[in-house]
Each structure stands twice: as structure tokens, then as C-alpha cells.
Design a protein around this ligand. Structure first.
Ligand SMILES: Cc1cc2nc3c(=O)[nH]c(=O)nc-3n(C[C@H](O)[C@H](O)[C@H](O)COP(=O)(O)OP(=O)(O)OC[C@H]3O[C@@H](n4cnc5c(N)ncnc54)[C@H](O)[C@@H]3O)c2cc1C
Ligand SMILES: *[C@@H]1O[C@H](CO)[C@@H](O)[C@H](O)[C@H]1NC(C)=O
Ligand SMILES: *[C@@H]1O[C@H](CO)[C@@H](O)[C@H](O)[C@H]1NC(C)=O
Ligand SMILES: *[C@@H]1O[C@H](CO)[C@@H](O)[C@H](O)[C@H]1NC(C)=O
Length: 514
């Protein structure tokens, strides 16, 4: 069934039923310090009330509507906020109305865009999902230096729309994720070697605050909030649209070179990786090098193998000499090619289909260099557990990411809430363990042990967590996420008290957990 058609019909029906003043209006105002969902009011009544105040192309979904599973689906199915009703605004101006309605009626709200958020805090949510997926307009400014993106665009939409008009910008490297969620936590992707994080390119945000007011946020308007929203933004407001810097496309194609290696090459590969990445000094155009360790049954049923991809902004001739040492490590297979930038997702395995949704147990770290002893220990643990729990092993992986970081390091670390400019790698462990299965505990133990090994591999450094990869595991400290310098959390907490005194934005890596 056509989702939007169904939803529109539904809304029309609801509006037709509304007799002017809705039943909810008679319920006393009881916005609480610690709000709770208004149990006295049925979701049908809420839908009626909202249907009456928001724009007519908006959609409202109840659990009984067939598209329900589609609009509430999430990438990680172990993350399951209790969604009672979904509102899909058609206009940015609908969002403050929904927030106001929720505040007036003690109902919780949660912004959802492409559903890749991983943090366990989302499981504490119960209430209305404000679904951003209708707000996907992209408007390039006449000077060609920036563009306005509505809060519901995805990376794929951004990359394609800009490319078609002759531009690129910073995005995530996976096509399926939402731009805004990424930007609010930093946002790592292929162009950060040149231009920095997504958040470094944000020049303006239109934000709905917890009290339902709409405010312009930039370096001269709500400057304190602007600082916070570049790294810790999920805790502060709903972004209805944001303006990002864009850049004329100067590089026609990206070169990729992918390798599949057996485990005996692990040390050689990571040594070369360390050499090329050179402690944060990777060539800025060597945008995205990443890979994973996992079982590939067509190669070996018991021993995990290493897949690696290097992505370079430019032709083969500019980068193959840098990759020569990798080419010298005997591979099971390798392949290379040059493709227009929007097509790099396929060969680098970052297309939507590359990351199917599933019940994932995860842990995550940030690193400066690869500790080869630790990588070997992680590898051995992987094989041991894959043998003990074949079902887990078949759907587990260690992902290791190395972006070019020159553009990230060019920004003064104190100028934004993003605290990790001295971390050069992202890594995570993931294993699919069906909910309720007896694989959950072994998967959690495996995740924790992997985390321990990674961190033991950098004994002079403290654990660091990328907020957008935050899992909510109890061993992820707030300092590891938002920064160890005490002033960072102090400043964020003060801003929470100022802009979100009732902690309504507390479901995504909350600064003030509850
Ligand atoms: C398969 C996969 C690939 C990924 N690839 C990358 C990558 O390449 N680079 C990278 O840096 N990270 C990446 N991530 C992490 C990703 O950045 C975060 O999960 C991101 O927040 C997801 O946004 P979303 O819209 O898809 O998810 P959602 O779950 O819809 O959003 C995540 C959170 O962002 C907030 N949010 C979303 N939209 C808005 C809005 N308009 N206003 C205010 N708050 C909002 C909400 O708090 C929400 O809970 C990836 C994650 C996965 C699972
Ligand atoms: C910042 O916001 C103010 C108020 O809306 C606006 O006048 C100004 O142009 C904005 N600045 C930028 C750089 O967008
Ligand atoms: C598994 O290995 C084969 C080569 O034997 C390769 O073609 C395939 O892409 C590999 N699969 C993954 C998921 O890496
Ligand atoms: C690498 O990891 C091992 C194992 O945890 C550790 O003993 C060693 O000190 C680490 N090396 C460096 C240079 O940090």
C-alpha cells in the first residue's frame, strides 16, 4: 500500500471528525517537571487533536495502520522506543505546534529521521515520534557557498542533489543515515580530510527548543547553543533545517582499491595502515580507508578474514603509488576502479543495502593508532567466540575506520562541543543476537571484551566514544563521550539548565541521564 496516500487519507478522515473543540482541551493543564504520558487520553484522541493543528499534508500514524512497522522500523532492532503514535510533519512550522501540544499534555516526544540511532537510552522512551522524513527540501543558496537542508534529509539525498548541481559537502560515508543526526554529533565522512566534520560546516540551524519556541542558531544568534549543537546537539533541540557550507565539485572521480586478506597478513596490513595514516597525518584526499574482520564462509568457515577498502578523492594515478605497499601484501583477491563520487558507496560497501538492519549488540571505541598486538588479540577472540557460538560468529564483525583528518584538526578544539579531534580512528564490534535468545549474554560479553582489548592497547590514553556511535553500554562514561576536560560537561550542563530545564531531550546519549 502507498504509505503517504494512506496517511493522508487517514488525516483527512481525522480532520473530518473533529468538531471544533477537541475532547483534550477539557483536560487540565498538567505539564510536569517530570512529564509522563497522558494515560487518560487515547492515541486516537491525540491524533485528532494534532490533526486539527498541523498542516494538511502532514501524516499521522497509529499502531493499527498498516504502514506502522515501516514508519517505526529502526536499523538496530534491539533499540525499540515505545512509540504510541507517529506524526510526520509536512511543514517545518508544524514542529513547534507538536512540541507545544506535547508540553500542554505531558506527552513525551522523540525526533526520528532515518532510525540509525544506537543508544540504549532510546529504549526508555514512550510517546510521540516526530518523524522528519517528509522534510527533505534542499535549497542551494544563490552565492553557491552554502545550502539549506531540511531536517529530514538523508546522506544519499544530499550527495545526489548537490552532485547534480555541481557541488559536494561533508556528509556521513553511509548513504542511508540522516544528515541532521550526524551533524549534531560531529559527522564523519569522506570529505573530512579537506573540509572537516559535518558540524564544522554548519553555519546556521533553525531550532525548536524544548518549550516549543523556534530560534535561529548561529555564531551571532544563540551563540552558546551554536557551540553545543556542534557535537552535543541531540540534547538541545529539534533542527527543522540547517545551512551547511558547500563546495564546487572539483574532483570528478574517486578511486577505490579493495582487498581481501587471510589472517596471517593482519600484522602487515595494520603496520601499513599505521604508516599511511601516520598518526593523524593521512593524505587529506585519502578520504576513507576502512575494513572489517569477519567470517566469510566461501573462504574459510572457521577463520575470520580481513576485508579492506581505500577510497581516494582523485584518479588511480594519484594514489596507487601510496597503496603500493598494500598491493605487495598477497591478497585472496583485490579489485579497483574509478567512479563518480556518488557511486563510491557501492564499491566501498557503504550503500544502504550494505548494512542490513538487525538485532545488534555493539561496543565502540576511538583510537589514535592501531595497536597491532591488540588487533591480533581481537582477532583471536573473534575466532574463539565464533567457534563457541557459530550462530553469533556468522553475523559478527569488527569494523575499523580511518578517515583523513586534516580538516578536522584544522579547527580549534575548544570552539565546538565535539571533543575528539585528537582521535583518528573509529572502531566497533557488532554481533547479531536475536532478542530473548540465549546469545544475548555471550554477545554482550564479547562486546565488552573487545572494548577492553582495544582500550588496553592504548594504556596511556583514556577511552573515547564517538557520540553518534554511542551504544549506552554502562562502561561508556559521559566524559568519554563529551570530553574529559571538566569545563566541557560543566558548560553542557549549564546550557541544559538554560535551554532544556526539564530534560525533555534525554533519549539520545543524554548529558543528564535519568
Ligand atoms: C549503518 C550505519 C552507518 C553509519 N554511518 C555513519 C557515518 O558514515 N558517519 C558517522 O559519523 N556516523 C555514522 N553512523 C552513526 C550515525 O551518525 C548516527 O546513528 C546518526 O545519528 C543517525 O541518524 P539517523 O537519522 O539515521 O537516525 P535517527 O535514529 O533517526 O536519529 C538519531 C538521533 O539524532 C537526533 N536527530 C535526528 N534528526 C534530528 C533533527 N532533525 N533534529 C534534532 N535531532 C535529530 C535524534 O536525537 C535521534 O534520536 C552510522 C550508523 C549506522 C547504524
Ligand atoms: C544568524 O541569525 C540571525 C537571526 O535570524 C540572522 O539575521 C543572521 O543572518 C544569521 N547569520 C547567519 C550567518 O546565518
Ligand atoms: C567473501 O569472499 C569472496 C571471495 O572468495 C568475495 O567474492 C566476497 O565478496 C566475500 N564476501 C564478503 C562479505 O566480504
Ligand atoms: C599495545 O597493546 C598491548 C596489549 O594490550 C600493550 O601491552 C602495549 O603496551 C600496547 N602498546 C602501546 C604502544 O601502547
Amino acid at each position: 500500500m502507498n504509505t503517504s496516500w494512506y496517511a493522508l487519507c487517514c488525516l483527512a478522515l481525522l480532520q473530518a471528525f473533529i468538531p471544533g473543540s477537541s475532547p483534550l482541551k477539557s483536560i487540565p493543564y498538567y505539564f510536569q517537571k517530570n512529564p509522563f504520558t497522558c494515560r487518560q487520553v487515547s492515541v486516537f484522541e491525540i491524533a485528532q487533536d494534532l490533526g486539527a493543528v498541523i498542516s494538511s499534508n502532514s501524516a499521522i500514524f497509529l499502531p493499527s495502520h498498516p504502514p506502522w512497522s515501516e514508519v517505526t522500523k529502526r536499523w538496530n532492532t534491539l533499540i525499540a522506543p515505545d512509540i504510541e503514535i507517529v506524526v510526520q510533519p509536512a511543514e517545518e512550522s508544524d514542529i513547534p505546534k507538536v512540541v507545544q501540544y506535547c508540553n500542554d499534555n505531558g506527552i513525551e516526544f522523540l525526533v526520528v529521521n532515518r532510525g540509525h540511532g544506537l543508544t540504549a537510552a532510546l529504549n526508555k522512551f514512550r510517546g510521540i515520534q516526530i518523524d522528519m522524513k517528509q522534510l527533505t527540501a534542499i535549497t542551494i543558496d544563490s552565492d553557491g557557498k552554502s545550502a539549506l537542508f531540511q531536517g529530514g534529509v538523508s546522506v544519499d539525498e544530499v550527495v545526489t542533489a548537490l552532485w547534480d548541481q555541481g557541488y559536494v559537502t561533508t556528509t556521513g560515508s553511509s548513504g542511508s543515515v540522516g544528515l541532521t543526526g550526524l551533524a549534531l554529533g560531529g559527522g564523519h565522512g569522506r570529505y573530512e580530510g579537506l573540509y572537516g566534520l559535518i558540524s564544522d560546516n554548519v553555519i546556521h540551524l533553525n531550532v525548536v527548543l524544548a518549550d516549543g519556541s523556534t530560534v535561529p542558531v548561529n555564531e551571532t544568534s544563540y551563540e552558546d547553543l551554536f557551540w553545543a549543537m556542534k557535537g552535543a546537539g541531540h540534547n538541545f533541540g529539534i533542527v527543522t533545517s540547517l545551512r551547511l557550507k558547500i563546495y564546487p565539485k572539483q574532483i570528478a572521480t574517486w578511486h577505490y582499491h579493495n582487498y581481501l586478506w587471510t589472517q596471517d597478513k593482519l600484522e602487515a596490513v595494520f603496520e601499513e595502515m599505521n604508516r599511511v595514516q601516520d598518526h593523524g597525518n593521512a593524505p587529506p584526499l585519502l578520504g576513507a580507508s576502512f575494513g572489517h574482520i569477519r567470517i566469510n564462509r566461501s573462504v574459510n568457515e572457521k577463520e575470520a578474514i580481513l576485508w579492506w577498502t581505500s577510497g581516494y578523492a582523485g584518479p588511480a594515478s594519484e594514489v596507487e603509488h601510496i597503496l603500493r605497499p598494500f598491493n605487495a601484501i598477497e591478497a585472496i583477491s583485490d579489485e579497483m576502479g574509478d567512479v563518480p563520487y556518488p557511486e563510491i558507496h557501492g564499491p566501498q560497501d557503504t550503500a544502504t543495502s550494505s548494512f542490513p538492519s538487525g538485532p545488534y549488540v555493539m561496543s565502540t571505541v576511538m583510537l589514535q593508532t592501531y595497536n597491532i598486538t591488540a588487533q591480533r588479540q581481537l582477532y583471536d577472540l573473534f575466532n574463539r567466540n565464533a567457534a563457541l557460538y557459530p550462530e553469533l560468529g556468522a553475523n559478527a564483525l569488527l569494523m575499523i575506520e580511518g578517515y583523513a583528518t586534516a580538516g578536522v584538526q584544522a579547527i580549534d578544539p575548544i570552539s565546538t562541543a565535539y571533543p575528539h579531534r585528537d582521535e583518528f580512528h573509529l572502531a566497533f564490534f557488532l554481533a547479531a543476537a536475536p532478542e530473548g535468545s540465549d546469545l544475548l549474554e555471550p554477545a554482550r560479553t564479547w562486546a565488552k571484551e573487545s572494548w577492553d582489548i582495544w582500550n588496553a592497547g592504548q594504556p596511556t590514553r583514556k577511552p573515547a566514544t564517538y557520540v553518534n556511535y554511542g551504544t549506552g553500554n554502562e562502561y561508556e562514561s559521559l566524559e568519554s563521550i563529551y570530553g574529559y576536560e571538566p569545563w566541557r560537561l560543566e558548560r553542557l550542563r549549564a546550557l541544559k539548565a538554560k535551554y532544556d530545564p526539564y530534560n525533555r531531550f534525554r533519549y539520545y546519549v543524554p548529558i543528564i541521564p535519568y
